[in-house]
Ligand binder design. Structure first.
Ligand code: HEC
Length: 265
């Protein structure tokens, strides 16, 4: 599915260029979206060595409330700390020259194993694995032949198809990003679907709500960005960027039928 989506209008290079914030040491190869595996930027490796030698690594906190690129250098040794979306669970990963999808999956399953031990009742991953498709939007065919305000004199089949085509395109773009460590700019080859198959447990219907790990009321997009920072270690998205719009669309689409319950924890 990921391969098929690659043909879509959201090209990865373009996606990355529009990211709002450049993390330190983003290499030109990464910016060009080359390949699936990533090369650890040498500037960061040097920074890490410097901190190890001087012992200053400990002085830098992991920046849970306000993640910064400094957190990358705060591993304190030859490894990095990857934090889960909950702001509590974390794992240490050896710094590598290259990160592979297998490595990313191992990181994700380690974090999830820890999280499941703390949350034994949460079987959402298994439950949702049965669904591996994008939820279709609402069916509007019953509107064909009717009029709607001043916009359409008469709604035709072509109109209804156009609405659906445009909508599914945005949702599919979101799916592509959600499933792609590269499109997310992950330094460690982790993507959202590794822990949220078909966007399970993202609960878009509960936003906005106060999120302790962020320290304020979060919109869905704020939580998406938090999760891009931890645990994906990707590149933050501008709130109005094409990628953020697509991710919101996909996540919301996957939870079709849920009752809106903003503020629900
Ligand atoms: C390593 C596993 C992992 C990865 C990767 C991951 N998440 Fe999460 N995410 C979780 C867990 C576990 C929770 C639940 C945390 C909690 O209950 O506090 C969560 C929570 C969330 C929530 C909040 C759900 C709620 O109930 O309010 C959103 C939204 C979310 N993730 C989106 C994403 C997106 C988007 C990505 C990719 C950019 C992503 N996550 C990547 C494990 C992961």
């Amino acid at each position: 599915m990921e391969e098929a989506m690659r043909e879509g209008p959201m090209r990865e290079g373009e996606a990355r260029r529009r990211h709002s914030r450049e993390r330190d040491g983003a290499s030109p190869e990464a910016a060009a979206g080359a390949g699936r595996s990533r090369t650890a930027p040498s500037t960061r490796a040097l920074t890490r060595v410097a901190f190890t030698v001087t012992g200053l690594g400990l002085a830098l906190t992991l920046g849970c409330s306000e993640p910064t690129s400094d957190s990358v250098a705060s591993g304190g040794g030859d490894d990095i700390e990857v934090e889960l979306c909950d702001g509590e669970t974390s794992t240490r990963v050896p710094a590598r020259a290259e990160y592979t999808r297998e490595g990313g999956l191992a990181i994700a399953s380690d974090l999830m194993a820890q999280w499941k031990r703390r949350n034994p009742d949460a079987e959402w991953v298994e439950a949702e694995r049965e669904k591996h498709r994008i939820e279709p939007p609402a069916d509007n065919t019953d509107l064909i032949g009717k009029t709607q305000g001043h916009t359409y004199s008469r709604i035709t089949e072509r109109h209804v198809k156009e609405w659906e085509r445009e909508l599914m395109q945005l949702v599919a773009e979101g799916s592509q990003i959600f499933h792609s460590p590269d499109a997310l700019g992950s330094e460690i080859a982790v993507s959202c679907d590794m822990c949220h198959p078909d966007a399970a447990n993202t609960h878009p219907e509960t936003y906005p709500k106060f999120q302790t790990q962020i320290g304020r009321v979060a919109l869905l997009r704020d939580m998406i960005n938090w999760c891009i920072e931890h645990p994906v270690r990707g590149e933050l998205l501008a709130a109005d960027s094409a990628e953020m719009r697509a991710l919101e669309a996909y996540i919301t689409a996957q939870r079709k039928g849920e009752t809106m319950q903003y503020g629900k924890h």
